[in-house]
Design a protein around this ligand. Structure first.
Ligand code: SF4
Length: 225
């Protein structure tokens, strides 16, 4: 499996040996020793350089993006996310759960609040704060982004804080939209994880309803007034 990332468009992404979070660097080093054929590095933003929608997950899954090198690729969450993008005409090609499947995103980019896989899928508050500098740089490098879809409360709180807001004033709620001054609108969804879908906290229909609202809002923004 190749690890080329056709979506990497900006020098503002973290380097593959980013040293800023010691605990995650140690985990990366262990994973490189145990699984030398895996990606095992900060997972870079994937998608359309002219995206209007940025999707922000929490962090790479150990055997998903950390293994394959592309956000949400290789684990269950990606199956639902990429199927939904396809349904809304936001991708071109067929998602085959590998980074060399030729899939292209249309008007969408995908990233994570924390770019390195954390142990037990749980980044610390300090790691979240540190990595948010890259989310800010990603947004600065992509001025066309008008909407951010955050997946889950942790990604929501991190994104709100990273963009200068107070999570206590903009509480996470599935389906909510938050409009802060000077930054793109932020749309909340429960994370499309296997656990959330198995427990029906998030159904495909609920997830599609969020995308329907985002695509309608983006379309309305393009309508001449
Ligand atoms: S999580 Fe982000 S800031 Fe921390 S080491 Fe990885 S890329 Fe660097």
């Amino acid at each position: 499996m190749g690890f080329a990332d056709p979506g990497r468009t900006s020098v503002t992404e973290p380097p593959l040996d980013c040293p800023l979070c010691p605990r995650l660097v140690a985990f990366r080093t262990d994973n490189r020793a145990a699984h030398p054929d895996w990606f095992n590095a900060p997972v870079l933003t994937f998608g359309d350089p002219n995206a209007r929608l940025l999707i922000v997950g929490l962090a790479p899954g150990l055997r998903g993006a950390n293994q394959t090198g592309r956000p949400f690729t290789g684990d269950y969450a990606g199956d639902l996310l990429y199927a939904t993008l396809d349904k809304f005409g936001l991708s071109r090609g067929t998602y085959r759960a590998r980074p060399d499947d030729g899939l292209e995103l249309r008007g969408v980019a995908i990233t994570n609040a924390v770019r390195c896989v954390p142990p037990q899928n749980k980044p610390t508050p300090a790691e979240i704060r540190t990595c948010l500098s890259f989310l800010r740089e990603t947004l600065a490098a992509r001025p066309g982004i008008e909407a951010i879809l955050v997946l889950g409360k942790i990604a929501h709180d991190a994104t709100i804080a990273g963009l200068g807001g107070k999570p206590s004033r903009h509480k996470f709620a599935h389906g909510a939209v938050h409009r802060l001054d000077g930054v793109p609108a932020i749309y909340d969804s429960y994370h499309c994880s296997r656990y959330n879908t198995n427990t029906r906290r998030l159904t495909p229909e609920m997830f599609e309803a969020v995308f329907a609202q985002i695509t309608a809002d983006l379309q309305a923004d393009q309508t001449p007034r």
